[in-house]
Design a protein around this ligand. Structure first.
Ligand code: SF4
Length: 917
């Protein structure tokens, strides 16, 4: 094993540090970096399984080009690929002007990648049409900070979680979306029994379980609630008039507006109890230090900027900012959305938090880049960018490291736009995204573990990443692809400054140029270098030249980066969701995240154990809403509105208020037969941030009349590669059914799980074709059951008594039990499953043959280790240290350690009592 390479997790914005273990040029393991300030060695399930995603086998390895839409893409060399791209872009720009092309990039790129994309668009081509998927994630947080505090700068740090005595978590579910932040919350709760935790979320989320007070507000009523809280703070004299007078402006006007939001009125608007609103305000106002954590619930709204501003008002009015344990702290969704914001990688921003609308800022950037000017006309933000693509105003789009054919709202429109484009380039590490189907040119990019550059996490902390392994195939770093393309395009456009604009030989030169652009700005990092980051570890900005360390907290002196140095109260008022429920669409659909999946699953969807908690997208509804529709958990429904429809199974969730439903956002056309939740969401955007309302849509939910069901469970043998290949083949079946999902399940020997339902039964010959596709065909002896009259046909394949696959058609009740026992490696030895049980499973459901074997419960969720595995190891003499070494259980978040110790102790007791006296 080589010396581990320090890196960070490439999923959420917590930015956990990790150590990448390599052997023979391959990534073979990850551990939390005990020295990284974000996580001190802890990792969540996603981070802890990153090494399982680092396989070249299913990566995009070579450039692929199709010269005509109806032809398949073919492998080409880099020279041909980039020459073709430069020619197409140059032709389009020459014919239609610079604004006829656009770049749609990603918060998962490194800061250096972002910087050169921005310079390519704004400096070389002369268009501000460069936007990013951070638009869908954090742009309302950006606009909210800028409107109130004057700059896009989260004022807090993670340490504040341990120092607060009132934690308000609003529109965020860190228990699943930012798990290592949640570990800090649990620690704070354990260390301080007086800590008050308030969770504001329309759904009783996993995070709400830890709350002292959960406010399940009506979707979209955030502004009214915060105005109501401020009303109580004013009425009970809990505001800090001295702080307001010394450090803010605009309070008098806001105070007038707040008069219209007494608790009784707010309770009515928000569908909350008046007493709970008063209670929340008192806890916040009386706290020695009050901290807010917030995320997409506030941001992904048609009034997301003012949701943010209304919450920040509470901190400004009480002076709860710029002190340990206090302040408004936005949790960043993506790993480097912050870095993208720093280099101005959005259609309305410029480098180093400069504003496009400001002529002086434009002149400064032009000077820094050595170009005559940068364009003044704002570029098109994400939703408008794709609308312009559909209208034909934008003709070519270059997409990097993101998947708009899943993640943008109103997918029918987005997919039509991609179809309408003259030229689509996709720069990606993975070829398995929905956007790939529309790409004329695919460019293979390096990814996590292979790249050098910097990332900035939620607390403004910059980490330098270095590659742990060589790039696979012909993949190239994102910055290098952009620079190569820029030079070729510049030559075609006969741009006089091409050579000067992109002189870089590596990412450090790009970082140094970006660093210089921050001099004197609020995020000044002129004191940071790659060498410093390597020697002293991650650093928070600002860290200007000459400073000995970065700043933990901002605004400690009460001076804000506004023209007058004062924070601003913004005039605002309650507005409802963009779309109201009505008689035809009576359910308020909320979208959200699961613990073990990330965004569109292009990476997490390759790891079987990450499906073990949730292996299909389930629509949660209140039990009464289910009963009203004659539904039970597990039934199929059609969720629909005028934009589209989705077929999914339902589950009862008493934590939801009646009339609300919740659907995870991760599943798209790669894992189900529709675009997922974004088939239903709408493209209405916040007027300031241009962030779309991805969190809410009005829908109808009706029982789906799909009487014929099909389930296939197929175990492919050791390792995930064979399962992934089968999963890729199974995808081609998805469009054949009204409802269909495909995924993985299990641990080291995963299952492919295919579920489908349809209005009528498939004929037997089609079933035999499907059996063959899954490797369950005539080459195997099988246990079969068929009842033509009832349209039931079942087949179990168990060579050598070992069950490797089951196809249940027409009747599928044994599927859950079969899935568990097939996934349980304890059932995988020579003994296999009792043939009588297999016969029972594929026969009509009748009396169960005695006690069925069950899958052992999972003890360590992070490493996915079962109780049976632990007991077996302990029986063979394993200690806790040996278990941690062998299974990695208890080495990530640590929450299972008490259980592990208890199992070891009870096994020791059992062993002792078995000894002869
Ligand atoms: Fe990665 Fe989990 Fe840390 Fe987020 S909390 S950065 S997903 S390990």
């Amino acid at each position: 094993m080589n010396k581990p390479v320090k890196s960070t997790c490439c999923y959420c914005g917590v930015g956990c540090g990790l150590l990448i273990e390599t052997e023979g040029g391959q990534i073979v393991g990850v551990r939390g970096d005990p020295d990284h300030p974000a996580n001190a060695g802890r990792l969540c399930t996603k981070g802890a399984s990153l090494h399982l995603t680092a396989r070249p086998d299913y990566r995009l390895l070579y450039p692929e080009l199709r010269r005509q839409r109806h032809l398949p893409r073919q492998r080409v060399g880099w020279d041909e690929a980039l020459t073709h791209a430069a020619e197409r872009f140059a032709e389009i720009i020459a014919a239609h002007g610079p604004d006829s092309v656009a770049f749609y990039i990603s918060g998962q790129l490194l800061t250096e990648d972002y910087y050169v994309f921005n310079k390519l668009a704004k400096g070389l081509i002369g268009t501000n049409n460069v936007d990013t998927n951070s638009r869908l994630c954090m742009s309302s947080a950006v606009a909210g900070y800028k409107q109130t505090l004057g700059a896009d700068a989260p004022p807090c740090c993670y340490e504040d979680i341990a120092l607060t005595d009132c934690l308000l978590i609003a529109g965020a579910n860190p228990a699943v979306a930012h798990p290592i932040v949640f570990r800090r919350i649990e620690d704070a709760r354990a260390a301080n029994p007086d800590l008050r935790i308030i969770v504001i979320d329309p759904r009783r989320s996993e995070t709400a379980e830890i709350a002292d007070l959960h406010l399940p507000l009506k979707p979209g009523t955030d502004i009214a609630l915060y105005m109501g809280l401020l009303h109580v703070l004013l009425a009970e004299k809990l505001v800090d008039r001295d702080y307001i007078a010394a450090h803010t402006e605009g309070f008098a006007a806001l105070e007038e507006s707040v008069a219209a939001y007494p608790p009784a009125v707010v309770a009515e608007i928000c569908a909350l109890a008046e007493a709970e609103i008063v209670q929340a305000a008192r806890w916040f106002g009386k706290a020695a230090a009050a901290l807010s954590l917030y995320c997409q619930g506030l941001n992904q709204s048609a009034h997301g900027t003012h949701n943010n501003a209304a919450l920040i008002h509470l901190h400004l009015a009480t002076g709860q900012i710029g002190r340990p344990g206090a302040g408004p702290f936005s949790l960043t969704g993506q790993p480097n959305a912050m870095g993208g914001r720093e280099v101005g990688g959005l259609a309305n921003l410029l480098s180093a938090h400069r504003d496009l609308a400001n002529p002086e800022h434009r002149a400064e950037v032009a000077r820094l880049w050595g170009v005559p000017s940068v364009p003044a006309q704002p570029g098109k933000a994400a939703v408008e960018l794709f609308a312009a693509l559909k209208r034909g105003e934008i003709k070519a789009v270059w997409i990097a490291c993101t998947n708009p054919a899943q993640s943008l709202p109103d997918q029918n429109e987005v997919r039509a736009a991609l179809q309408a484009a003259d030229f689509v380039v996709l720069q990606e590490a993975y070829g398995n995204t929905d956007t790939a189907a529309y790409a004329d040119l695919m460019l293979p990019a390096t990814t996590w573990g292979e790249k050098e550059g910097t990332v900035t996490n939620s607390e403004r902390c910059i980490t330098h990443l270095t590659p742990a392994v060589a790039r696979p195939g012909e993949a190239r770093p994102d910055w290098e692809i952009v620079v190569d393309f820029a030079r070729r395009l510049g030559a075609r456009l006969e741009h006089p400054l091409t050579g000067q604009l992109f002189p870089y030989s590596g990412p450090e030169a790009i970082f140094n140029e970006h660093r210089e652009s921050t001099r004197g700005r609020d995020l000044d990092i002129t004191g940071i270098s790659y060498a410093l980051l390597d020697e002293a570890g991650p650093q928070q900005w600002p860290l200007p030249e000459g400073a000995s360390s970065g700043r933990r907290r901002l605004y400690t002196d009460g001076v804000f980066p506004t023209p007058g140095g004062r924070a601003r109260f913004v005039k605002l008022e309650h507005r409802p969701t963009a779309e109201a429920t009505d008689a035809a669409h009576p359910i308020a659909l909320l979208s959200g995240r699961l613990r073990d999946q990330w965004h569109g699953m292009s990476r997490t969807g390759t790891v079987a154990r990450l499906f073990n908690l949730d292996d299909e997208p389930l629509l949660s509804l209140h039990p009464a809403d289910l009963r009203q529709r004659d539904l039970a958990s597990g039934d199929l429904v059609r969720v629909a509105n005028p934009r589209g429809d989705v077929h999914v199974r339902v589950k009862a969730d008493a934590g939801l208020v009646r009339g609300r439903a919740w659907l995870p956002m991760h599943w798209g056309s790669q894992f189900m037969n529709s675009a997922g939740v974004n088939a239903l969401t709408l493209s209405t955007c916040d007027p300031f941030s241009q962030q779309p309302e991805l969190k809410h849509a009005a829908v109808a939910v009706d029982k789906a009349d799909l009487p014929w069901q099909l389930v296939i469970l197929r175990k492919t043998g050791a390792g995930e590669l064979a399962a992934l290949r089968l999963l890729a083949r199974a995808r081609q079946l998805l469009p054949d059914f009204t409802f269909a999902t495909v995924g993985l399940y299990g641990r080291d020997q995963p299952l492919v799980v295919f579920r489908a339902a349809h209005t009528e039964a498939l004929p037997e010959n089609r079933l035999l074709e499907i059996d063959a596709l899954f490797g369950l065909g005539a080459e195997h002896a099988a246990i079969v059951y068929a009842d033509q009259r009832r349209q039931i046909s079942k087949r179990a394949v168990a060579p050598d008594g070992k069950l490797i696959g089951v196809r249940l058609a027409g009747e599928t009740q044994a599927q859950s039990w079969l899935k568990e026992v097939m996934a349980d490696e304890a059932n995988d030895g020579d003994s296999g499953l009792d043939p009588a049980l297999i016969r029972w499973a594929v026969a009509p459901i009748g009396r169960r043959p005695g006690k069925l074997p069950q899958r052992s419960r999972t003890v360590c969720n992070c490493a996915d280790v079962s109780e049976a595995q632990i007991i077996a190891d302990v029986g063979a003499g394993a200690t806790l240290a040996l278990l941690q070494e062998k299974r990695k259980c208890g080495t990530f978040c640590g929450s299972c350690l008490p259980q592990l110790r208890q199992i070891i102790a009870s096994q020791a007791e059992t062993a002792a009592s078995a000894q002869p006296a």
